[in-house]
Design a protein around this ligand. Structure first.
Ligand code: ADP
Ligand code: MG
Length: 614
């Protein structure tokens, strides 16, 4: 039989390699930004069109390439960064595999323009699907410009796999943030579809964080510094009270490289033990410097995971360094010598006139329950009034008040007469009981009814929000003083997108400018103190939008707000509150499931109960 093994042609091998290196436009962004940094650039421009599907271009002022290098850079395993395997353990460059450009050129239309400082003219090479289309002499400034157009043009399956523009853009911005945070001394600008989305001048680390995440971030940061023989730590953690519901702002850099490490992340969360409200995550921006010989970066193709020789020691040092910083912040004012005078004055300083350091001396981690339950507290103080406010807007359902509660029916119920124990209603005896501050137990004619209070209330609020969103005439409560909230530029963009819909729920925006949002009215059912939490939750829901499902802004908004506002598990409810909730649930169009499609109530018939008493 004839031999059957053949060597794959280069362009096929490159396409296969590309599958590993380039998953989406954001992968191209990462590789090109890293090449620019390795080339010693001090200023880097990132230009994106259509979430990178049409164009990803990186322009740097680095050292450029010679004519021969320009051509060679697209060959597989062509790299100027390592010469032998030993070099792998002395790495101080981002790249070393020599695969990125070859892979990218195999699956896109690529144009490279590059010039070295001392050369009169530069080189322009056009490559499409690994085929060199042209190579010319060009006039171009010192440095390199690499444009990647029509990614995956020759692999339609991969192109179809790309997510919505919103999702792909978020991945690109994530990569951009990571690279920009690791290199505050390099200036970065990013344009998307012709408008400038980030402009990050060269600065110190604190300023870089603030320039990315918004001026308000400045007052949230607690410096962490530690210098030991095996590990040097510098950077910041976020104060516990600013912890977010999402894990968005968590960054480890090891030797200037962004990495993910669940183990080190655990070191931080254990340092925060007892200081965080349930379900929130501390922010951190930490640079770890270790001897390059003690790490192995080669274990992951996209290089966001690395192996440490002595993880346990790193864990312990990291944890104690963070604990130490938090301790300092709790008991003594932090004098931040690091603060740059050019930095904007945080807004709280403006209001107080003279600069002061905010220290919460009464801070007690064990009081967590009390402080984090501000919502439930307010219910307890004035249960009826506040409870009712949750029902404003439900007037149309007003006919179904307690008196004809008995007529509410289950679809499954054949019996046409009252299913609730009418006796209870008439005599105003208690018809519901709260169980474990979680379930409401009630009786129906055929047996027992068990309602999950959190899910049930979500359903009620969700249908209510949907209605206001479609009818577009929700009621607002005017605020006496406009509420000023600060967001990062990225978050502002999302708020702008949702502005119309938010207005239909009852929000009134006075200004959305820079990083500031001023709100003069809020939906009637939204307590002022909850507004920032609601918006934060909403932004994170939009950012994490599941791209494959049918995306409707209205639906997402209603879901997110009902999730934020619904009474929580663990919250004590008065009998009146319980009854209102049961009423409103069964006045809903789809009482059986929560907006997230989870069961809201179960029933247990007398028969079923009888069987248990054998
Ligand atoms: P690697 O970065 O792993 O070496 P790449 O395929 O990304 O592999 O790049 C191949 C080579 O091309 C690099 O080693 C470098 O010499 C050169 N190169 C790539 N991008 C640039 C750039 N922006 N400026 C100067 N040289 C570059
Ligand atoms: Mg590279």
């Amino acid at each position: 039989m004839a031999d059957i093994i053949q060597l794959l042609p280069d362009h096929v091998a490159n396409q296969i390699a590309a599958g590993e290196v380039v998953q989406r436009p954001a992968s191209v962004v990462k590789e090109l930004l890293e090449n620019a940094i390795d080339a010693g650039a001090t200023h880097i421009k990132l230009i994106i069109k259509d979430a990178g599907k049409t164009l990803v271009q990186v322009i740097d002022n680095g050292k450029g390439m010679s004519v021969t290098d320009a051509r060679l850079s697209f060959e597989r395993h062509a790299t100027s960064k390592i010469r032998s395997a030993d070099d792998l353990f002395q790495l101080n460059t981002k790249g070393f595999r020599g695969e990125a450009l070859a892979s990218i050129a195999a699956i896109a239309h690529v144009e490279l323009k590059t010039k070295q400082e001392d050369d009169e003219v530069g080189t322009c090479i056009v490559i499409e699907g690994s085929t060199v289309e042209s190579q010319e002499v060009v006039v171009t400034p010192k440095g390199t410009s690499l444009s990647v157009k029509n990614l995956f043009f020759n692999i339609p399956a991969r192109r179809n796999f790309l997510k919505s523009n919103a999702v792909e853009t978020r991945h690109i911005i994530d990569e951009f943030h990571r690279v920009a945070l690791a290199h505050p001394s390099i200036g970065f600008v990013m344009y998307h579809n012709g408008s400038e989305t980030f402009n990050l001048p060269e600065s110190n680390y604190r300023q870089r964080i603030v320039n990315i995440f918004g001026a308000k971030t400045n007052e949230k940061l607690v410096p962490v510094n530690e210098d030991t023989e095996v590990l040097k730590i510098s950077g910041f953690v976020g104060k516990p009270e600013f912890a977010k519901k999402t894990r968005g702002e968590q960054f480890f850099f090891v030797n200037d490289r962004f990495i993910k490490s669940a183990y080190l992340n655990h070191a931080i969360s254990s340092a925060f033990d007892g200081l965080l409200k349930g379900g929130t995550h501390a922010s951190y921006f930490l640079n770890l410097t270790v001897n390059p010989q003690t790490i192995d970066i080669n274990i992951h193709p996209t290089k966001t995971e690395i192996k440490f020789d002595d993880e346990h020691t790193l864990y312990a040092i990291l944890r104690s360094a963070v604990k130490h910083s938090l301790g300092q912040f709790n008991i003594a004012p932090i004098l931040d010598f690091d603060r740059d005078a050019n930095l904007d004055t945080p807004y709280s300083y403006e209001q107080k006139g003279a600069p002061s350091v905010e220290v919460d001396r009464s801070f007690n981690p064990f009081q967590e329950e009390k402080t984090s339950r501000s919502v439930s507290n307010s219910y307890k103080k004035e249960p009826v009034a506040n409870w009712e406010s949750l029902y404003v807007g439900l007037e149309s359902k007003g006919t179904q008040t307690q008196s004809d509660f008995s007529e509410v029916q289950f679809e499954s119920e054949e019996n046409n007469t009252s299913i609730f124990e009418s006796v209870n209603q008439v005599e105003h005896k208690q018809s519901t009981y709260q169980f474990h501050n979680k379930y409401i137990v009630s009786t129906i004619k055929s047996g027992l009814l068990l309602i999950d209070q959190h899910r049930a209330h979500q359903r009620v609020l969700y249908e209510d929000f949907l209605k206001s969103l479609t009818v577009k005439e929700a009621m607002s409560q005017q605020l006496l003083f406009p509420l000023q909230l600060h967001f990062s530029p990225q978050e502002i963009e999302i708020i702008n997108q949702l502005k119309n819909d938010l207005e239909h729920t009852g929000f009134i925006f006075k200004t959305i400018r820079g990083e500031l949002v001023e709100i003069t009215g809020v939906p009637v059912m939204v307590p002022e103190s909850e507004v920032s939490i609601i918006l934060e939750q909403l932004i994170s829901d939009v950012e994490n939008e599941v791209p494959d499902t049918h995306f409707s802004a209205t639906d997402l908004l209603a879901k997110s707000m009902s999730k934020s506002l619904a009474i929580k598990t663990g919250q004590n409810l008065t009998t009146v509150e319980q009854e209102y909730l049961v009423n409103s649930l069964f006045a809903c169009k789809e009482p059986n499931v929560s907006p997230a499609n989870r069961t809201t109530f179960i029933t247990m018939t007398v028969d079923e109960l009888d069987k248990k008493f054998v």
